[in-house]
Ligand binder design. Sequence first.
Ligand SMILES: [Zn+2]
Length: 339
Amino acid sequence: MLSGEFGIMYSLRISTLFVAVSALLSGTRAQDFGYDGHNGPQHWGEQYDTCFGKHQSPININLLSVKEVKLPPLKMEGFDEQIEGLVVANNGHTVMIKVENHEPPKISDGPLVGEYVFSQLHFHWGNNDSVGSEDRINNKSFPMELHIVFYKKEYGDPKGALEHSDGLAVMAFFYEVDRHRHPAYDLVTAALQNVTEPQSAMPLARSLSLLALLPYDLEHYFTYSGSLTTPPCSEVVTWIDYEQPIRLAHDQINSFRELRSDHGHITHNFRPLQPIGDRTIFYNTERDGYFDKSTDVVRKPIVPQESTSTPRSDKSASSHIKITLGLIAIAVCLSFLIN
Ligand SMILES: [Zn+2]
């Protein structure tokens, strides 16, 4: 029977999906951390030493103490491709989107050495629109933050990458509330309704490109060395925090708060700020200067000498004299003719 075959195929597909999602979740979960009480961030370090480390995330980015740099352009591959079969999964801490059966997007250059492969993207949010982002800018919180997680290709997979200080790169984006809905996010928020329960997953209804989720300006960003913001808090992340926020309608942000963990609604899932310590935060801008990846030192290039051609003001002065002399000559000729 066709319907029987379809039923078997469907259940196979669901079970394959379940195995895939379980694998995805087991890699990042395996612990019962939370954001309140005895499971809260203050206690993560009791089980995971690194959470008490000196280079933890998130941090506050103080605009007065960032170091301006002009990095090589960050190369983004596969961001504009329509990806079929993206899977949305609620792991009880956040909602993740993962690529299945498709070449994953990649990033390289910018502050990175080597190639980094897309692993998953997920979100952090707060109880209301005044809090929710993990990093802050000048102590300002945003209602939500997107983390697109990549692992360094040469380390094989995200788990292997956790063993290396340059193992992961995360592109982070802040959200802001807007009067208008963001059309690409309607697809994501519609999918959330199917994964409200913890440990549930569903494929997205349509294909989607990563680029559709991002803001216009991908040139201005802050970058620093930090950690995972959830246990085991491994200090292996090159953070790339974009300056321009993504704008969503309030109810689009609100639909994330409908997701559930084993203990009720996931109303907030952001870690408190961590000390910056001896770290430098770099700000990538158009200004000249470049960043020495091996020493974290910003170097200014030698500015070429000013051109020796006649400056504009001198030129205009000399043409002014020429015009004056011409007028005097005409006046003299005219006076001869009249006399
Ligand atoms: Zn995150």
